[in-house]
Design a protein around this ligand. Sequence first.
Ligand SMILES: O=C(O)c1cc(=O)[nH]c(=O)n1[C@@H]1O[C@H](COP(=O)(O)O)[C@@H](O)[C@H]1O
Length: 271
Amino acid sequence: MTDFIAALKQRWTQADSLVCVGLDPEPSKFPAKFRDDSDAVFAFCRDIVDATAPYVCAFKPQIAHFAALGAEDALQRLIAYIHASHPGIPVILDSKRGDIGSTAQHYATEAFERFAADAVTANPYLGRDSVQPFLDRADRGVVILCRTSNPGAGDLQDLVVDGRPLYQHVAEKVARDWNGHGNCALVVGATWPAQLKEVRAIVGEVPFLVPGVGAQGGDVEAVVSNAKTADGTGLIVSSSRAVLYASTGDDYAQAAAAEARRLRDEINRYR
Ligand SMILES: O=C(O)c1cc(=O)[nH]c(=O)n1[C@@H]1O[C@H](COP(=O)(O)O)[C@@H](O)[C@H]1O
């Protein structure tokens, strides 16, 4: 397995894309042809992956969408399928883990061994030892929540500590202390352009996972102009529902591809 950050950089260049497609299966939104398919979760996601692969720098399956359905096996097969059929496209497992060190070790094994993900999202709230088992894997990425996209993000993340909001402390700690292997990234939501700019100023070239475009309404121009790095990269701009459910008809795969391509082109206009 290649180093996550190296694979990401290579894919940004080769595909000329900063788009990530989020794989958040919701069977009630699947096209009718999957109604009697006992392997619908895998089959639907596989079709989306094949259709959108040319336009993405990464895929991001969200674990709760599989686990709630008892479909962890489909998730495992899906990630193996991406590695085999689309080598060079890194997979970020969105599981937002974080626990005391001895338990976090099992979460790292879950993400990197069981599911063979290239990177995992992690919650920094329990402190450094809770993410250390992820940080120790120099070949895998650790994508740490900083300023999330949801409406309540500020409830705790904006609390002022030592003169600045908590999310800025997270950004600084990750960039200065936790990123010894150079394998960290930060989650900053597309819905917060001002905070994207502030975090970029703190962390230099650290990549951002930016969810919140598409269904959550984030503004693509503001994201790119506020948060890109000097070379016009640095961003993994992730969209799930707007791509996955672009059409619920038989043209679902083509519609998903068209939306991923449209998002790629929109982002590239502002790089
Ligand atoms: O870590 C994430 O991926 C994440 C962080 C965040 O701040 N906001 C956020 O929406 N996400 C995830 O990104 C996806 C967004 O989905 P859409 O709104 O459908 O594009 C969901 O799977 C969320 O769980």
